[in-house]
Write a protein that binds this ligand. Structure first.
Ligand code: HEM
Length: 378
């Protein structure tokens, strides 16, 4: 229920031990006025600092203002503790150059090469209206009301300057980002996050998670690139497949989470092991094998996704899946090669559909009360 520090060298909400709930929003910037956008980023930063500390979004608060004016906080978090709320911001490729090629805010020359829009992957069934966005904001908390309150108030403050393009609720973290956390399970019933990057692996984080000085424009040093993918999971089809088949698709045992052929969750998978039939114990089409760094020139991603169930689809099926969230130093050596391997060969593709995609450059953390989101970019 406590508070997570808002300021720091890196933004909170990346290596912060994954909270239980998510509200993610992608905004389109609708103003053409650069100063107005910067003003909003300042207002947002102040509101985010207050809300992550468990305070109202505005200085007056939900009920202390004059009766003639709308309150500067919406009120539904009154009395709730901070619940480890983190608010993490990122800038999408279209902020730098719009789909029409226009450079609305004089930022085109500041766009990092790593923020090149993602390529199309085999099997993608993306809904454009649910994809992209000029600014992405991830709110994570251990209480859904706190996460929703945060996004709702940022949207309220942004009215007239930005508009909500899409948003996503998530429950049940599908990853652990700290060795202190137990590994949770995703909606296929498998442990997810076993071999994730973790907060304690400082050397690996430097190599694979945080943008280093010299990687690209200075304004991103200490930041990280965020890829979001809304992945529908065809759970009804999955639930009719035999346990042994589910395990060979993932490449791990469902109960323990151990690599096939082993018994401890955290043992290293042995990709050379063969079964009695002479075939590899972990098939070449298994998810955990294709996603492993050995199959992707050492690529590693910090995964921080959430389950979702958005009601049902009108065809008697749950509209359920995984809202994948992955942070990395550079998507060109992180998400892109991994997703290419998966898209080409993963046996799991029969059971999943990628319906939304987002890419955001998340700058380093704000340093204190005089700093604000995007201060080094604009
Ligand atoms: C590992 C499930 C999508 C990247 C795993 C594991 C499971 C899993 C059960 C094994 C446990 C672990 O090591 O964390 C799923 C499901 C997905 C999905 C159900 C879709 C609905 C993706 C996507 C990517 C990805 C889109 C990235 C492009 C990885 C990576 C690992 C992993 C990097 C760790 C591999 C290793 O280092 O051994 N996933 N995953 N997954 N997955 Fe996924």
């Amino acid at each position: 229920t406590g508070a997570v520090a808002f300021t720091g060298a890196h933004q909170a909400g990346i290596v912060t031990p994954a909270q239980d709930r998510l509200h993610f929003v992608a905004f389109d910037v609708i103003t053409k006025d650069r100063d107005r956008l910067i003003r909003l980023l300042k207002e947002w930063t102040a509101a985010a600092a207050r809300m992550t500390a468990g305070q109202d979004a505005g200085e007056i608060g939900a009920v202390a203002g004059i009766p003639e004016a709308p309150p500067d906080d919406t009120g539904e978090a009154i009395g709730l503790p901070p619940c480890a709320l983190t608010i993490t911001v990122g800038f999408g490729p279209t902020l730098f150059r719009g789909a029409d090629g226009r450079d609305r805010f004089g930022l085109a020359a500041r766009r990092p090469a790593a923020l090149e829009p993602l390529p199309r992957f085999t099997g993608d069934t993306l809904d454009e209206a649910l994809s992209g966005g000029d600014i992405g904001i991830q709110a994570c908390a251990n209480d859904p009301q706190v996460a929703v309150h945060a996004i709702r108030n940022l949207a309220r403050i942004g009215m007239g300057t930005v508009s909500v393009r899409w948003s996503q609720l998530g429950f049940g973290r599908t990853s652990s980002t700290s060795t202190a956390q137990a590994t949770p399970r995703n909606l296929f019933g498998f442990k997810d996050g076993t071999r994730n990057l973790k907060a304690e692996q400082e050397e690996l984080l430097r190599e694979h998670l945080w943008v280093q000085p010299g990687d690209g424009p200075d304004w991103m040093a200490g930041g990280s690139y965020l890829v979001t993918r809304k992945i529908r999971m065809l759970v009804e089809t999955w639930d009719r497949s035999p346990l042994a088949e589910q395990e060979t698709i993932i490449g791990r045992h469902k109960g323990s989470g151990a690599p096939l052929g082993l018994s401890d969750e955290f043992e290293e998978p042995d990709f050379t092991a063969v079964g009695a039939d002479g075939e590899p114990l972990i098939p070449t089409t298994a998810h955990a094998r294709l996603a492993h760094p050995d199959a992707n020139k050492g690529a590693r991603i910090l995964r921080r996704g959430y389950n979702f169930v958005d009601g049902s689809d009108g065809l008697g099926r749950l509209n359920a899946g995984l809202f994948f969230i992955g942070y990395q130093r550079d998507p060109r050596t992180g998400f892109i090669p991994v997703q290419r391997s998966l898209a080409a060969q993963d046996e799991m593709n029969e059971y999943v559909r990628h319906v939304s995609s987002g890419l955001f450059a998340c700058p380093p953390g704000v340093t204190g009360p005089d700093d604000h989101w995007g201060s080094a970019l604009f």
